[in-house]
Ligand binder design. Structure first.
Ligand SMILES: [Zn+2]
Length: 268
């Protein structure tokens, strides 16, 4: 029931609930009440891993950015922390040296797509073609294979993620964020990130904002110092006893927790 190949499949609402049943507390209570066929399990997005160990996946989306990413890499290096960068191919082509530094520094380079277009605007085959081309280009720049993919906005259909899984890319979502896609006080952004951490959690951060056109009325684009946020956040997480690991390493060492995507659960 729900378990297959070391994976735990939970109901989406069991990830959203506060306090969420994490830190190794995902158990049979939260397993979906129906058997998920093995072939489908691999297509479900990974939200976190099921462990009581204080490991945390820090992930950065939408980059690399011309200057902020290198400054964040400096902070990670200072803390001996490993992160995962979900890069856009169009940004990677502009800043290939930054992508190569991510690899050299021991971080995971992962894929966020060609650009920030939602997969809901594409057929399954168009999405697969676009993502394969983006993956090939980023792999040429990075010199490593990419294993994980995070769809912009978390949007994807079951068929799209099935095709991606068959192509060897695991769909990865996230368990918490710091609302760093809009402007805010750097201390506040860092504290939101710290509060969203739990053992086995996956924190969504940004080293760039790729979709400024989606800014809502009353919101401002981020003007805070992203490296300063990283510095405060990493100090806080270290004080809380967290070790920062890449997504692929966390999924190798711990049981991945998967669920239906949020928009699928709402029947959209
Ligand atoms: Zn994004």
């Amino acid at each position: 029931m729900g378990r297959a190949r070391g994976t735990l499949v939970v109901r989406r609402r069991d990830i959203d609930v506060h306090p969420r049943p994490a830190g190794g507390d995902f158990d049979e209570r939260t397993v979906v009440p129906f058997a998920v066929p093995d072939g489908l399990v691999g297509a479900l997005g990974v939200y976190c891993v099921n462990t009581r160990e204080r490991v945390l996946m820090v992930t950065y989306d939408d980059g690399p950015h011309e200057s902020d990413t290198a400054r964040i890499l400096d902070v990670l290096e200072e803390h001996g922390a490993r992160a995962t960068f979900f890069v856009l191919a169009q940004q990677a082509r502009r800043h290939p040296e930054v992508v190569r530094r991510m690899v050299r520094d021991g971080h995971e380079v992962a894929l966020h797509g060609e650009d920030h277009r939602s997969l809901t605007t594409m057929s399954a085959l168009e999405a697969l073609r676009t993502i394969r081309r983006a993956r090939r280009d980023v792999e040429r720049i990075a010199g490593v294979r990419l294993r994980t993919y995070r769809p912009p906005y978390g949007h994807h259909s079951t068929l799209q993620s099935l095709l991606l899984a068959l192509a060897g890319l695991r769909v990865v979502l996230w368990s918490g964020d710091a609302q760093d896609w809009v402007d805010g006080d750097a201390d506040h952004v860092a504290s939101l990130g710290r509060q969203a951490a739990f053992p086995g959690g996956m924190l969504l951060l940004h080293d760039n904002r790729a979709d400024p056109e989606t800014l809502q009325p009353g919101q401002a684009l981020p003007a805070f110092d992203r490296a300063a946020v990283a510095q405060m956040l990493l100090e806080g997480l270290a004080a809380d006893g967290y070790r920062l690991v890449t997504v692929t390493d966390a999924m190798r060492d711990h049981q991945p927790v998967r669920s239906m995507a949020r928009q699928r659960m709402r029947g959209q």
